[in-house]
Design a binder for this molecule. Structure first.
Ligand SMILES: C[S@@+](CC[C@H](N)C(=O)[O-])C[C@H]1O[C@@H](n2cnc3c(N)ncnc32)[C@H](O)[C@@H]1O
Length: 267
């Protein structure tokens, strides 16, 4: 099963439009005296509307970071993500064990890529569990579902999401698993809010990402990855998650585990 989710994005944009339209209607009627003033008014309203949308939407924190995933070449990325020498691949079984997935759980693999972790979690949550493979690239999701079918994994649901929303239902998951993807979130606040809503009350979030430290990280990591571990922890805290573990599992990546908590006021 695959679903494509853009509804919440459209809804919020539409309600913002309606609010501005209602607020400005008296002004509009008053100024409808002449043809010229009408044109001026319409231009002004259009400008105000555009400015409102620009301010109302969270700005991308990293424009262009996902350009390689617009129409990804499946084989190229399988060779990149599922190759010995990639730390996250070499440690994949230890990562799954440390994620403490159990039969019956619902797990969301957010930024699933080529499905490396989706296919490991699927048997681990059997019987009775589900894995949501979520990615903004439909080609990844189509191919993950194909490979799952080929391997007889029938408990995987695919979601092609938008960059602001996971597309998950409310109270649907026990674990949000985010490997090498947090630094690809262009709209982390909105995406984290969507994860918060999708998690059940005891739900957890695991983030695996590159350590970013000018003393030890490569130039590529320094240029590619937006924030360091402390910044990611701060963003998660502000979004309503409490850190419960920081596992020393890998050398170039960290492994953070959070639980759902209350959101901080005004964030
Ligand atoms: C570096 S890959 C990691 C893939 C996989 N997690 C792994 O470790 O092998 C990052 C993935 O995140 C996806 N992505 C980027 N932004 C996303 C978002 N907001 N929601 C879901 N997926 C996203 C990209 O399309 C890409 O497949």
């Amino acid at each position: 099963m695959v679903s494509i989710n853009g509804d919440k994005w459209c809804q919020s944009t539409f309600s913002a439009y309606i609010s501005v339209k209602c607020a400005l209607t008296p002004f509009y009627v008053y100024t409808m005296k002449t043809k010229h003033s009408r044109i001026r008014t319409i231009s002004l309203l259009a400008g105000l509307l555009l400015a409102f949308f620009a301010l109302a939407q969270e700005q991308s924190v990293r424009p262009g970071i996902n350009r390689h995933f617009v129409d990804p070449d499946w084989h190229r990325w399988v060779n990149t993500f599922e190759r010995p020498g990639r730390e996250v691949y070499d440690k994949r079984h230890a990562i799954v064990a440390a994620s403490k997935v159990r039969p019956g759980m619902s797990v969301a693999d957010i930024g699933a890529g080529t499905g490396l972790f989706t296919r490991l979690f699927a048997p681990a949550v059997e019987p009775g569990g589900t894995v949501y493979a979520i990615d903004i690239a439909s080609k990844f999701i189509d191919n993950i579902l194909r490979t799952c079918r080929e391997q007889g994994l029938s408990n995987v649901t695919g979601i092609v999401n938008t960059p602001v929303d996971t597309g998950l239902p409310t109270d649907a998951i026990d674990l949000a698993f985010i490997a090498d993807t947090y630094h690809h979130f262009e709209y982390p606040k909105q995406t984290l809010a969507s994860i918060h809503e999708a998690l059940r009350s005891e739900g957890r979030v695991i983030i695996i990402d590159f350590r970013r430290d000018p003393r030890v990280s490569s130039n590529w990591v320094m240029g590619h990855v937006r924030g360091n571990k402390a910044q990611v922890m701060q963003e998660l805290r502000a979004a309503g998650f409490r850190l419960v573990d920081d596992k020393p599992l890998m050398r170039t990546n960290y492994f953070l585990e959070f639980v759902k908590a209350a959101k901080e006021q005004g964030k």
